[in-house]
Design a protein around this ligand. Structure first.
Ligand code: MLT
Length: 404
C-alpha cells in the first residue's frame, strides 16, 4: 500500500493567494454589480515591453524552420542569456559571477521551493516574520518545520525573526543558530529593505556560524536608494555563504511568461561538497529548461531598448506606490515600504485584525489587499497593498479608501 507525504497534511489551509482568490470569487458572484479592484497578489498589469515582444516574435519564427528550430535547452540555460545576466546584473556592479554559476529557471517562486532539495531534512530554517509564505510552506512539505502551534500561529522548529515597526521591519540576528536563513530584500511583504552594511552583517554571521543564506532579490529593480545592495554578492564573503534567487516577473513583467535564475557560486561548500554541483545535478534531472522563446525574451530585457522600456515600467509602478503612500497618509494611515519596493505595508485602523480589515475593505470599498497575518504572526494588524495595478485603478482604489 503506498503512502503519501504526510507533511502535506500539516499545511495550514490553502496557499495564501489561493485562499484570497476564493474569497474574492465568492464576493464577486454575490455582488456581480460591484467593480472589484485588486491590489492583492503582486501580479503585474503592464504588457511586456516592445523590445521583449519583438524578440519573442523573432524566436517564434525561428522555431518554424528546421535550420533555426530549438529543442531541449542546455541544462543551465542558453549561454546568450547567462552572458547577458553576468554582464548586466553582476559585472556592471563589480561582481564576478561565472557563467556556470547561473542557472536559468522558470522563476524565483519555483527555485525558492526547489532549492530545499539539496539540503538535509535536518536543517533548521530561520525566516523573517512576516515572510513570503512559499519559504515556509515548502519547508513544511519537506518535513523541516516541526509541528504547527495554533496558539502562536507558528511552527515549532522554525526560527522566526520578527520584522516589526520597532526593528524598522528588518530582521535582527537570531538568538538561536539556524542552518538555512531566508532573506528577501527589497522585502515582500513589508516593502522594507536594508543597507549594504546591514546585509554585510548577515553575510559575516552566516560565514561565522556555517549557515547558508537563501537571498531572494526578486524586487531588486525597485531599489531607488544608493546604499541598498542590488545583489548579496556586493558583500564581502557572500560567495561562501549565499545563494541568490532572481526573477524576470517584477522587473520586466514576466509573471505570465515565467523566467528567473539562481546563482550558486562554486566557493559555496558544505564539508567539501560544492552546492553548485548538487544544484546542477538537481536542475539537469528534474528540470528541462525555460523555453527558448522565453529565454530570448529575457535576453531582450538587457538590450539598450529593453533596459529603457523596463525601467519605464518600474517607474510606472513606483508612481503607483507613491500614490498609495501619499493617499493613505492623508487619510491618516500609518504606512511604510513603497520606496525601494512595489509593496506598501500599512497598519490596520481601529485595532482591526488583518483579516477583519480584508473583509471590511472588500465589502465597503471593493478593494482586495493581502492580510498581513497571512505572512506570519508578526504580520497581524498589518495589511499589504501592491503597486502593480494600473494607475487608474490605483487612484480609484485610494479615493475609495479615503472616502470610507
Ligand atoms: C506576492 O504577491 O507576494 C507575489 O506576487 C507572489 C509571487 O511572486 O509568487
Amino acid at each position: 500500500m503506498y503512502k503519501i507525504n504526510e507533511n502535506y497534511l500539516k499545511l495550514q489551509g490553502s496557499y495564501l493567494f489561493s485562499n484570497i482568490a476564493k474569497k474574492v470569487a465568492a464576493f464577486k458572484s454575490e455582488n456581480p454589480d460591484k467593480e472589484v479592484i485588486s491590489l492583492g497578489i503582486g501580479d503585474v498589469t503592464q504588457p511586456l515591453c516592445p523590445a521583449v515582444i519583438e524578440a519573442m516574435h523573432k524566436a517564434v519564427d525561428e522555431m518554424a524552420n528546421a535550420e533555426t528550430f530549438h529543442g531541449y535547452a542546455p541544462d543551465l540555460g542558453y549561454e546568450f542569456l547567462r552572458s547577458a545576466i553576468r554582464k548586466n546584473d553582476y559585472l556592471a556592479r563589480g561582481v564576478d559571477i561565472a557563467l556556470d554559476e547561473i542557472f536559468i529557471s522558470d522563476g524565483a517562486k519555483s527555485d525558492s521551493g526547489n532549492i530545499g532539495d539539496i539540503f538535509s531534512k535536518d536543517n533548521r530554517i530561520a525566516v523573517c516574520d512576516p515572510v513570503y509564505p512559499v519559504y515556509v510552506d515548502t519547508n513544511v512539505m519537506a518535513g523541516r518545520t516541526g509541528e504547527f502551534v495554533k496558539a502562536t500561529e507558528s511552527w515549532s522548529n522554525v526560527i522566526y525573526m520578527p520584522c516589526t515597526k520597532e526593528t524598522n521591519f528588518a530582521p535582527e540576528l537570531p538568538k538561536e543558530t539556524p542552518d538555512i536563513i531566508y532573506l528577501c530584500f527589497p522585502n515582500n511583504p513589508t516593502g522594507s529593505t536594508i543597507t549594504k552594511d546591514e546585509l554585510q552583517k548577515w553575510v559575516d554571521y552566516a560565514n561565522q556560524v556555517g549557515a547558508v543564506i537563501i537571498y531572494d532579490a526578486a524586487y531588486e529593480a525597485y531599489i531607488s536608494e544608493d546604499n541598498v545592495p542590488h545583489t548579496i554578492y556586493e558583500c564581502e564573503g557572500a560567495k561562501t555563504c549565499a545563494i541568490e534567487l532572481r526573477s524576470f516577473s517584477k522587473n520586466a513583467g514576466f509573471t505570465g511568461t515565467r523566467l528567473g535564475f539562481t546563482v550558486i557560486p562554486k566557493e559555496l561548500e558544505s564539508n567539501g561538497t560544492k552546492l553548485n554541483a548538487l544544484w546542477a545535478r538537481r536542475h539537469g534531472t528534474k528540470f528541462n529548461g525555460a523555453p527558448y522563446i522565453i529565454q530570448r525574451a529575457g535576453e531582450a530585457v538587457y538590450t539598450e531598448a529593453g533596459k529603457v522600456q523596463t525601467k519605464e515600467q518600474v517607474a510606472y509602478y513606483m508612481n503607483n506606490a507613491k500614490t498609495i503612500i501619499e493617499g493613505l497618509k492623508s487619510a491618516g494611515y500609518s504606512v511604510s515600504g513603497g520606496v525601494n519596493a512595489p509593496y506598501v505595508w500599512l497598519e490596520t485602523p481601529n485595532g482591526m485584525s488583518s483579516w477583519e480589515f480584508f473583509d471590511y475593505l472588500l465589502a465597503n470599498a471593493n478593494i482586495v489587499g493581502t492580510p498581513g497575518s497571512g505572512f506570519g504572526p508578526s504580520g497581524e494588524g498589518y495589511f499589504r497593498l501592491t503597486a502593480f495595478g494600473t494607475y487608474e485603478n490605483t487612484l480609484k482604489a485610494i479615493e475609495r479608501i479615503k472616502n470610507l
